[in-house]
Design a protein around this ligand. Structure first.
Ligand SMILES: Cc1cc2nc3c(=O)[nH]c(=O)nc-3n(C[C@H](O)[C@H](O)[C@H](O)COP(=O)(O)OP(=O)(O)OC[C@H]3O[C@@H](n4cnc5c(N)ncnc54)[C@H](O)[C@@H]3O)c2cc1C
Length: 417
């Protein structure tokens, strides 16, 4: 069914008792053309675009847990394209364009809100680097401006710009098209449309192995049995190294914990996403009124989703440097997710050494913003067999050919974000 004001009214009249499930629960087939391993935003977006752009539907999305239980629904919901490296910028900027129309395309309210992303610089040198980045963004067709002093204070009135801080603010790079998107709605919206197109979404069905004969993928093994397929794509975020390892593919990744927090809700007080760069702490306010806070990775490898106290203290202390009023709020929830981070800090997308097996991973704590672009591009690769130009720089073989895509602030230096 299509969501509209009329359908809302119709269901209200009948006591909201007949809303259909948004994702079908079909029996698993023995064979599909394509199996997507991982039902996060990336895997589901790929399924949606395979159906919508390429007319393919003999596809299964195989998810170990439930839809929207992975990093897609653990992130801090920030979308932006303020990257300097061409390859990073172009992919994220393409995604930003897609976010703008996606709610309409999916007939599902993703709550994309371009509130503006305000990236604070803490020295003149850093501000100069931000100016370079802003100019590069403008040349690439994105909006970007540099604000200092009164102009910055007017843009974010709640920001404490007073003197005497340990890390004073010199100015900020502002991207007004940046903002937030409701993260779990992204998983549900893509899943609903893919399911409607006839794609099978199989939840609670972990992939346990790959049947590979003479270097070619034959089938995917799951806890519910074997699925023969022509192609498969691994898109499992924090589990990338483990799942690729089941196929004998060794990925150059570190798996590191990233934490996030929300405070108790209060009235609207902050109309931007603000990022503090002296150590990393970012803050936005949800429509419910809670402040969402995030920061850098824990700095050591772990699959545990607990997180260190040191990082909790660090993120909250820096957030209070920006917005001292936050000290009066209680943190209501705290969680973390496993970020899969390659040493050049950029994603890995494309073929693996196994024929028929593709990988999309290595997104660390920066992949949510790219979700629709990843789905769009990986769908094109799976449907046509040709790597689209936008994702060609992110091929796995860049680590052997020496064409790494170094994004400062990720990889070995996550604190330089
Ligand atoms: C705390 C935190 C904050 C973040 N903040 C931001 C942000 O503000 N902006 C941003 O752009 N990015 C952010 N990120 C990163 C972003 O969340 C991820 O890069 C992105 O969601 C990855 O999408 P995905 O679909 O690949 O991952 P997921 O949603 O994790 O999907 C992968 C799925 O694979 C499944 N899976 C795992 N193993 C198997 C298996 N064996 N078989 C089948 N399925 C399996 C998992 O259950 C999971 O559902 C953040 C991440 C974290 C942890």
């Amino acid at each position: 069914m299509s969501y509209s004001g009329l359908s809302l009214l119709g269901h209200a009249i009948t006591g909201n008792r007949h809303w259909p499930a948004i994702i079908a629960a079909p029996d698993m087939r023995a064979t599909y053309d394509i199996v997507i391993v991982g039902g996060g935003g990336h895997g589901l977006a790929t399924a949606y675009y395979l159906a919508d752009n390429h007319g393919l539907s003999n596809i299964a999305v195989v998810e170990a847990g439930w839809i929207g239980g992975g990093n897609t629904a653990r992130n801090t919901t920030i979308v932006r394209s303020d990257y300097l490296l061409n390859s990073s910028f172009e992919l994220k900027n393409f995604a930003l364009g897609l976010w703008a129309d996606l709610s309409r395309d999916l007939n599902f309210n993703l709550m994309y809100e371009p509130r503006g992303y305000v990236d604070l610089a803490h020295s003149d040198g850093e501000l100069e680097h931000f100016t370079l980045r802003a100019n590069a963004m403008r040349l690439g067709g994105a909006d970007a401006s540099i604000l200092t002093g009164d102009a910055l204070q007017a843009r974010v009135p709640e920001l404490d710009l007073s003197n005497g801080k340990r890390f004073p603010v010199s100015g900020a790079l502002v991207q007004e098209a940046g903002g937030v998107v409701r993260h779990d709605a992204v998983a549900w919206g893509f899943a609903r449309k893919a399911s409607k197109a006839g794609i099978h979404i199989l939840q609670n069905c972990p992939v346990t192995g790959f049947d590979i004969v003479k270097g070619r993928l034959n089938a995917v093994e799951t806890t519910r049995g074997r699925i023969s397929c022509k192609q498969a794509m691994i898109s499992v975020a924090g589990a990338s190294s483990h799942v690729a390892g089941l196929a004998g593919v060794d990925l150059p990744l570190n798996s590191i914990n990233v934490q996030a927090f929300v405070t108790e809700p209060v009235k609207p007080a902050l109309d931007a996403v603000v990022n503090y760069n002296a150590g990393l702490s970012y803050v936005s306010q949800t429509d419910k009124g809670e402040f969402v806070l995030g920061g850098a990775t824990d700095g050591y490898g772990s699959f545990a989703r607990r997180g260190s106290f040191e990082r909790i203290e660090d993120v909250l202390a820096r957030a209070m440097q920006m917005f001292p009023f936050l000290s009066r709020l209680r943190v209501m929830r705290h969680w973390s997710g496993t970020a899969d981070i390659p040493m050049d800090g950029n994603a890995i997308m494309g073929p693996t050494p196994i024929q028929g097996l593709m990988i999309n991973g290595g997104w660390g704590y920066a992949g949510f913003k790219a979700t629709p672009a990843v789905g769009h591009q990986m769908a094109e690769l799976l449907a046509t067999g040709k790597t689209p130009a936008l994702i060609a720089p992110f091929a796995l073989d860049r680590f052997t050919s020496g064409t790494e895509q170094d994004d400062a602030g990720l990889g070995p230096y996550p604190w330089l974000h």
